[in-house]
Design a protein around this ligand. Structure first.
Ligand code: ZN
Length: 253
């Protein structure tokens, strides 16, 4: 059976230093990639310090679903790479998953048609010791929620809360409840062209959230659901992408 080709992109900056280093000693990308150790997946790692941020055309063309964690270096991402990611989603159907502060990343914002800096998009609250979060499944029949019973309890995370300035999702999968009383649309799914994009808010860098099995299960479910069907991909110049008329238009010439 064909493997699902997952690429994990991480900016890999804060995890080189404390206090994040002791939580993710091998980098956040390693912990996220460990979610896909199952033989049904093939995983590539990309970090922002690699040439082309590790996201050459060759890598993108061999990616079914791209998982993206980024934070303080969002604005340093090359515009050409961000656009290549968006193009691969819209034209070829690659899935794109924005994790936590990747909500400020160029690809996610371009795919959603939004533009804002941290603090402009909604509420957030950074507590040094973290806040308890319950991630309630509100679409229990959806493939991305498969195997999650009622909710995922995350002992500590950074609060992201409403109102979030995002387009209404095509499908809302999770709502977070916070110890401090806030709520957040924390699992939002959209169709963009031939591709699917998913925003999943848990994952502040100082807490070991990407080791949590239920979180990894959601990531695996997302990879399975969002990988494009190879049959679906229409090559440019064929079908409706060509400008050839289906009817005789000589009278228009
Ligand atoms: Zn954070």
């Amino acid at each position: 059976m064909r493997k699902i080709r997952v690429t994990v992109f991480c900016e890999h900056n804060q995890d080189k230093y404390e206090p994040v280093k002791s939580v993710y000693p091998d980098g956040m990308h390693t912990a996220i990639a460990e979610a896909f150790e199952d033989s049904e997946f093939e995983v590539t790692i990309a970090t922002q310090d690699m040439p082309l941020h590790g996201l050459s055309d060759e890598v993108l063309n061999n990616t079914d679903v791209l998982f993206w964690w980024s934070h303080i270096d969002n604005n340093l991402l090359d515009d050409g790479v961000a656009n290549a990611v968006c193009k691969r989603v819209v034209q070829d159907g690659m899935g794109f998953v924005a994790l936590h502060s990747a909500t400020f990343s160029k690809p996610w914002q371009r795919l959603l048609g939004i533009e804002f800096e941290a603090g402009e998009w909604g509420r957030f609250r950074t507590m040094p010791k973290g806040e308890k979060e319950r991630l309630w499944v509100i679409a229990p029949g959806h493939p991305i929620c498969q195997g999650i019973t009622d909710c995922i309890e995350i002992p500590k995370d950074e609060m992201y809360g409403e109102p979030m300035i995002i387009p209404d999702p095509d499908k809302l999968l999770f709502i977070a409840w916070w110890e401090g009383g806030d709520v957040c649309r924390s699992g939002v799914l959209y169709d963009r062209g031939r591709g699917k994009v998913f925003g999943f808010t848990p994952g502040h860098e100082t807490f070991p959230i990407y080791y949590q099995e239920e979180i990894r299960k959601v990531l695996r479910n997302a990879a399975r659901f969002m990988a494009p069907d190879p049959q679906m991909i229409i090559q440019s110049g064929e079908g409706h992408l060509s400008g050839d008329p289906r009817e005789n238009l000589t009278h228009c010439m």
